[in-house]
Ligand binder design. Structure first.
Ligand code: ADP
Ligand code: MG
Length: 369
């Protein structure tokens, strides 16, 4: 199957080629032809890293009238990073087509600047739910002309506590729009949103019964708490030039771990809730440009991040929730590549690991380093 067979026009295909997006992924094969030809609600579940952005982005762009300066679509994302990533992808897709103006708005940046930006013609708004509510209250935009609302990474938006904001936004929008929901997992809260705010006729697509991307190799090491840091250092030194992310449960442990790694001369930085947007952007830029090798993150700070060619994800501390494991490991093995998800666990934590295996129907293999 090719993008052209799915109904995507040549100008888009040319830009996709430059992004090395040649062969549609399964979710793209399902979503694109349907969304291009049907005006209805759509619910898609597909594992992390399988190209959901293009799956909704390409049909969305085809729906936009470039001659009208009005806001025609709204994409909601859980974090500013993801919002920026989505806006950037859409911009790249339209390299050879009529210009379509996308604006990303999110908390942690000056709202006045965003209000000014929205006065220019803007056809697609990418927003985090909280900031969108603020902008609506300030009457910086209205949703009356919006024909498509996309809930991207819906599970993450809910697990980050955006349910109130989401329902408020969905209530305000006119009933004339279509809602497209994309998610890696379908926790009960999403089902509630679907029931209350989406059409009963919504078309549903599920890719893979597994939540976890098959290209991820899951492994664990059993280690005493007192030896954990040394073991991590040992593992990281074996990585050569390979890049990866290391997950901690709290800001405090992320902060102290990054100090330890830096003290040992490793190329590491941490992202967590206490960073200023500027600092965070700087770290993310370095990580994407590959001048930074190891990124330490908390679960919340890492939502939706898409960085190419990550060789591994290390769980230095076990995740609080099963879904977190899915999202953490989903940072590796993206775009058809392979990746390692390695858990550092103490004997007491083995039970948790078994629970993960059961719940996610994966095999986590024991290794020694
Ligand atoms: P998801 O939202 O499902 O987690 P993304 O949309 O962020 O995944 O895509 C993950 C990565 O895969 C991105 O870097 C994207 O450019 C790339 N990608 C998307 N579709 C394809 C494709 N058909 N072939 C190769 N790479 C792709
Ligand atoms: Mg995504």
């Amino acid at each position: 199957m090719s993008f052209s067979a799915l109904g995507i026009s040549e100008n888009y295909i040319k830009a996709l080629k430059e992004l090395k997006i040649i062969k549609p992924s399964p979710i793209q094969e399902e979503a694109i032809p349907f969304l291009l030809t049907n005006g209805t609600d759509f619910i898609a579940q597909a594992p992390t890293g399988t190209g959901k952005t293009a799956a909704y982005g390409l049909p969305l762009l085809a729906r936009i009238d470039p001659k009208s300066p009005k806001v025609q679509a709204l994409i909601l994302t859980p974090t500013r990073e993801l919002g920026q990533q989505v806006a950037k992808q859409l911009f790249k897709f339209t390299k050879y087509t009529d210009k379509i103006f996308t604006e990303a708005v999110y908390g942690g940046a000056k709202i006045e600047q965003q209000i000014a930006a929205l006065r220019r013609p803007t056809q697609i708004i990418v927003a985090t739910p909280g900031r969108l509510i603020d902008l609506l209250q300030k009457k910086a935009l209205d949703l009356d002309t919006v024909k498509t609302i996309i809930l991207d990474e819906a599970d993450e938006m809910l697990s980050m506590g955006f349910k109130k904001e989401l329902t408020r936004i969905l209530k305000q929008a006119t009933a004339k729009h279509d809602t497209w929901l994309f998610s890696a997992t379908m926790p009960p809260e999403i089902k509630t949103i679907i029931k209350e705010y989406m059409k009963p006729t919504a078309h549903r697509v599920t890719i893979g019964t597994d939540k976890v991307n098959k290209k991820i190799k899951h492994q664990f090491i059993v280690i005493d708490q007192s030896e954990k840091l040394n073991m991590l250092l040992h593992f990281l030194r074996q990585m050569g030039n390979d890049r990866g992310m290391i997950f901690c449960r709290t800001k405090a442990s992320a902060k102290s771990l990054v100090e330890e790694l830096k003290a040992k001369g490793l190329s590491a930085e941490a992202i967590h809730g206490d960073l200023l947007q500027k600092e965070r952007d700087k770290i993310m830029r370095a990580f994407k440009k590959e001048t930074l090798q190891f990124l330490i993150a908390t679960d919340i700070a890492a939502r939706g991040i898409d960085v190419k060619d990550l060789a591994f994800v290390a769980h230095y501390e076990q995740p609080d929730q099963v879904e977190y494991y899915v999202h953490r490991s989903g940072r590796t093995a993206r775009a058809g590549q392979e990746g390692l998800s390695l858990s550092f666990v103490t004997k007491d934590e083995l039970k948790q690991l078994n629970y993960l295996q059961d719940k996610l129907k994966i095999v986590i293999e024991k290794v020694r380093i």
